[in-house]
Design a protein around this ligand. Structure first.
Ligand SMILES: [Zn+2]
Length: 430
C-alpha cells in the first residue's frame, strides 16, 4: 500500500550522527520508511533544499495553565513551541495553580492541555514538602522538580536538604529522576540596589556551585537520578560531569548561551532570570561543554508573565524569560544540525524515557522542516511576545512542523486544531 505522505528530497538529520539525503514516508501517525527514491504517496511535500530534523522536545517550559493563564497558556505556549520546530514539551509543576503536586492537580493540568495543546506534552511533578510523589508517578510524570531556594511562588515552597533527600529516596524507589533548581539560599544576598547589577551580584555563581554539590551528594546517597536544570556556569557543568557514583545530567538554556549580563543594560527585565545571565567567559565555557557532550540537553525554561510584572525596578520584576520559540534557532547558531538535534530532541527523549525522537519505521512522525540557508526573525506566537529574542534573526527558518504526521505549523501559522497528547515515560531515565 502506498504511504499517506512523502517528504521528498530533504536532508534528513540523524541526531548525533549526521545527515543523509533521503525521503521520509509517513502513514497515519508513524514513519513508514526513510531512504532514497521512495515510491509516490497520497500526498507529497517537496523538501529539496530543506533539512528534516526530529521535532524539538523542550524539556523545560512553564505554561501556567490552569490558574495563571494570563501569564501564558497551553494554546499560545504550544503555538510558539510548534513555530520553533517543537513537537513536544515537558511542562513544569509551577507556576500553574494548583501546582502539580498531587493527582488532582495533574488531572486538571492534563485536561487544560488536552483542550488546547498544539504539540504533545509530558508533565513534571512537584517535589515540595507534602507532595504526593507516588500518585504523581502513577499518573505518569517524567520526574519531580524541586527548588533548593525560594521559587518566587508561594504555593511552591523550597525543599531543604531534609525534604530533598527524602524526596530523592522516594523518587529512586519510583524509578524517576529529580530535577533541581540549584541555587543555595545561604549564598544568595539581598540586592544592594534596584538595578540589574545589584540583582546579578546578589545571585553569584558560588550559590549555584554550592547547591549542585549538595544535590549531587544527596542524590548519590539516595540512589536517585539527578537532573540539574538551567545551569548558568561552566564550573556548574563540570561538577555534574565529574560526579562519580551518581546518575547526573544537566541542561542549559539558550539565554545563557547567547546573552551575557551586559545585555541586561539594553534588554532590561525581559532578560531577567535566575540564576542570572553571566559573563562572556561563562557563555563560552557553556558552548565548549555543550559541544563536548557534557551538557546533555538545552531547554528554553520558557517562563513568561504579564507585561505589568516586567515593569518597575529590575530587582522587583518577575524573573523568567520567554524563549520556547527561539530554542532551536539559537542552538543552531553554533552547533551543526545533527548535534543540535541531539541536545534539543533525541537526548531529551532518552533521558526522560519518552517514546519520541526516533527517526525509524514505526516511530511517531514528529518532524520539523527547516531552511538552513535563511536567517529569519519569526513573528512570535506566545501570549505576550516579551522575549529578549524578539526581532533577533535566528539561524534557519522553520518551514513546517509535523506532530505525528499532521502538519500543525506552516509558513508562520498554526494550521491544525489542537491535537496534543499526554506522553508518559515508557522506561526509566537513561
Ligand atoms: Zn523553570
Amino acid at each position: 500500500m502506498p504511504s499517506d505522505l512523502l517528504i521528498r528530497g530533504g536532508t534528513v538529520v540523524l541526531p548525533a550522527v549526521g545527515s543523509v539525503d533521503a525521503d521520509v514516508a509517513i502513514s497515519g501517525e508513524a514513519i513508514d520508511a526513510i531512504g532514497p527514491d521512495l515510491p509516490a504517496a497520497g500526498e507529497e511535500i517537496d523538501a529539496h533544499g530543506l533539512h528534516v530534523l526530529p521535532g524539538v522536545i523542550d524539556a523545560h517550559v512553564h505554561f501556567n495553565e490552569p490558574g495563571r493563564t494570563d501569564w501564558e497558556g497551553w494554546d499560545t505556549g504550544t503555538r510558539a513551541v510548534a513555530a520553533g520546530g517543537g513537537t513536544a514539551c515537558i511542562e513544569m509543576p509551577l507556576n500553574a495553580h494548583p501546582p502539580t503536586v498531587d493527582a488532582k492537580a495533574f488531572d486538571a493540568k492534563v485536561a487544560a492541555a488536552r483542550a488546547s495543546a498544539h504539540v504533545d506534552f509530558a508533565l513534571w511533578g512537584g517535589l515540595v514538602p507534602g507532595a504526593r510523589l507516588e500518585e504523581l508517578a502513577e499518573r505518569g510524570v517524567v520526574g519531580f522538580k524541586a527548588f533548593m531556594c525560594d521559587s518566587g511562588i508561594d504555593d511552591f515552597p523550597a525543599a531543604d536538604a531534609e525534604a530533598l533527600g527524602d524526596g530523592m529516596r522516594r523518587a529512586a524507589q519510583l524509578g524517576l529522576p529529580v530535577a533541581v533548581h540549584a541555587e543555595s539560599p545561604a549564598r544568595l544576598r539581598e540586592p544592594a540596589g534596584t538595578g540589574w547589577r545589584a540583582f546579578v551580584a546578589s545571585r553569584p555563581v558560588e550559590a549555584e556551585l554550592e547547591a549542585i554539590a549538595a544535590a549531587l551528594d544527596l542524590a548519590r546517597e539516595a540512589g536517585c537520578s539527578l537532573h540539574v536544570v538551567h545551569v548558568s556556569s561552566g564550573e556548574g557543568v563540570e561538577l555534574v560531569a565529574r560526579a562519580q557514583g551518581v546518575d547526573a545530567t544537566c541542561e542549559t538554556c539558550p539565554h545563557y548561551l547567547t546573552l551575557t549580563e551586559d545585555d541586561l543594560e539594553t534588554l532590561g527585565t525581559r532578560a531577567k532570570c535566575a540564576p542570572p545571565l553571566r559573563t562572556r567567559d561563562e557563555r563560552e565555557a557553556l558552548w565548549r561543554h555543550l559541544a563536548a557532550g557534557r551538557i546533555r540537553l538545552v531547554a528554553s525554561d520558557h517562563s513568561p508573565c504579564p507585561p505589568a510584572m516586567k515593569e518597575g525596578a529590575f530587582t522587583a520584576a518577575w524573573g523568567g524569560i520567554a524563549g520556547c520559540q527561539s530554542l532551536l534557532g539559537l542552538v543552531l547558531e553554533r552547533l551543526p544540525p545533527a548535534a543540535a538535534a541531539a541536545v534539543t530532541s533525541a537526548n531529551v527523549a532518552v533521558r526522560f524515557g519518552l517514546p519520541k525522537a526516533r527517526l525509524e519505521p514505526g516511530a511517531d512522525a514528529d518532524l520539523v522542516l527547516i531552511d538552513m540557508r535563511e536567517r529569519h526573525a519569526p513573528e512570535l506566537l506566545d501570549r505576550h511576545r516579551l522575549s529578549p529574542f524578539a526581532g533577533r534573526p535566528l539561524k534557519g527558518r522553520v518551514v513546517r512542523t509535523l506532530v505525528r504526521g499532521t502538519t500543525v505549523y506552516r509558513d508562520g501559522r498554526i494550521v491544525a486544531e489542537p491535537l496534543g497528547r499526554l506522553l508518559t515515560p515508557t522506561k526509566g531515565p537513561a
